[in-house]
Design a binder for this molecule. Structure first.
Ligand code: 4AD
Ligand code: MG
Length: 465
């Protein structure tokens, strides 16, 4: 007999004489001649109620089943007597597939997120993490749908790379050299040419530069993969390993880029609202009471666009005392982002045209800037509760201006010869952005810590798997 998932059994159109369910015991309570088992198989938030009659063979065993045990149930789907669900299962046989004992850490009471983080191998079995990872899966699917519906080509950019795409220097080194006794060159320096890769290589921080290669051939492309940053930031929104989605669009400027980002974020919210309704309601009830109204509100209104210079003026005029002083030329800090999205505009805000000196070398220089006020066509999408979820820009497509940008950031042209070639041969205006997948998940679930939206968090001090 084929297995039926609990979600399909709960949504059945009609009763059924024979079905097979398999999953784990969530709870069990006993009446005089019955046991009521809540069976959960992870296919949906709810479990289904299974009624085990004392006349069943092996009832003595069933009666002692502990939370967490794996069972296989054959039985009949019948209208539920109780409230809250339409169907329940009258068991005709129950096979115990895998026992659990009383040391099983996930008991019926609520557990703290911190405790669940310590048992990352068991937490997917909890209601909250089951919901998080179902939404994560759906969100990934929606991301592909969004781009595939618009004829974007999915490009797999390398994980091991020689280029520091962001120029921020926070890369994990990848090497086959024996670091205990590395080969040295004549000057006594570690000789990277003897490495398997023949030069210094790292884990990628972004697939953008390689995505540009493909955008300059296939027009509209996107990447979706893991990225790595060795920044030692112990915050609730930074991880050393996170997933990023990076569209890159040829013949597109900053305006088009901001519009694409807004349509993308709204599409994703709409999709999970529709396809993960029960899980989102659960988050709205137990994680963040404001979640659903906030998501609905975000869908209704156009996002605010505000230049960096206007943002700085607003922050200066706010009359606040800031922990990090506000001055034209300084990066916006979390407290500033929070003010803009949560207090001033009270909605998502795209800040654009940032000072050139604080942004990456590849961003397009804006013409006609006042001296000392040079900006680039960059944009960050900031959302209430999280801050930056997207960073993007129009890329510098003019060869000489790109070379000037590289000089400003002290980059060696030889290492980026291929990148400069894109500007030598048929260069076009192009733009793109990166969406932090986990930050988007935090936004749609209301979960406040990045460690709780990624299956295996890679943050300082956590790598037991
Ligand atoms: O702003 P970032 O650094 O931009 C880039 O990497 C560009 N190359 C993207 C592009 O234009 N193609 O990173 C993009 C997004 C951020 O807005 C944030 O959501 C996420 O990636 N991000 C992180 N998420 C979790 N942990 C970290 N340490 C992150 N660093 C960036
Ligand atoms: Mg950024």
């Amino acid at each position: 007999m084929q297995r039926t998932l609990v979600k399909d059994a709960l949504a059945a159109a009609a009763a059924c004489d024979a079905l097979l369910l398999q999953g784990w015991v969530r709870t069990r309570r006993d009446a005089k001649t019955f046991s009521f088992i809540e069976l959960n198989d992870g296919s949906c938030l709810k479990g289904i109620q299974v009624i085990a009659d004392s006349s069943l063979p092996d009832y003595a065993h069933i009666e002692k089943l502990a939370t967490g045990a794996a069972i296989s149930v054959r039985g009949r789907l019948v209208p539920s007597q109780g409230q809250g669900q339409k169907w329940e299962v009258v068991a005709e046989s129950i096979t115990v597939v895998g026992e659990a004992d009383a040391t099983y850490p996930l008991q019926k009471k609520g557990h703290s997120l911190e405790f669940l983080r310590e048992i990352a191998h068991l937490r997917p079995r909890s209601n909250l993490f089951g919901a998080v990872f179902r939404v994560r899966s759906r969100l990934a699917y929606a991301i592909h749908r969004f781009f595939q519906e618009r004829s974007f080509v999915y490009v797999h950019t390398p994980i091991i790379t020689a280029s520091d795409a962001e120029g921020a220097g926070d890369m994990f080194r990848v090497t086959t050299l024996d670091l205990e006794a590395p080969p040295k060159d004549a000057d006594g320096r570690v000789d990277a040419t003897q490495d398997f890769f023949g030069k210094k290589t790292f884990l990628t921080v972004s697939g953008q530069l390689e995505a540009e290669i493909f955008a300059c051939a296939l027009s509209n492309v996107y990447t979706f993969g893991p990225t790595f940053r060795a920044e030692n930031s112990n915050t609730s929104r930074h991880a050393a390993e996170f997933w990023m989605i990076e569209p890159e669009v040829a013949f597109c400027d900053l305006d088009g880029d901001m519009t694409l980002a807004e349509e993308f974020v709204k599409y994703l919210i709409r999709d999970v609202r529709e396809h993960c309704a029960a899980d989102l309601e659960f988050f709205g009830k137990f994680v963040d009471k404001e979640l659903l109204p906030r998501l609905d509100f975000v869908l209704e209104k156009p996002f605010v666009r505000c230049s960096y210079t206007e943002a700085v003026e607003l922050l200066e005029k706010s009359g606040r005392t800031w922990e990090h002083p506000v001055a034209w030329g300084a990066n916006l800090q979390a407290e500033h982002e929070r003010f803009l999205t949560e207090e001033h505009f009270k909605c998502p805000v795209t800040v654009y045209n940032y000072p050139r000196a604080i942004k990456a070398f590849y961003m397009r220089a804006n013409d006609d800037c006042a001296p000392g006020r040079e900006t680039v066509a960059a944009m960050d999408l900031l959302v209430p509760g999280i801050g930056e979820i997207i960073g993007g820009s129009q890329r510098e497509e003019r060869l000489e201006k790109l070379r000037a940008g590289m000089a400003l950031h002290h980059l060696d042209e030889k290492s980026y010869a291929w990148y400069l070639d894109l500007r030598r041969y048929g260069t076009v205006p192009h733009a793109g952005f990166g969406l932090g997948f986990e930050r988007m998940l935090m936004f749609v679930t209301g979960v406040g810590n990045i460690r709780d939206v990624i299956p295996f968090a890679r943050t300082p001090g956590t790598a037991e798997f």
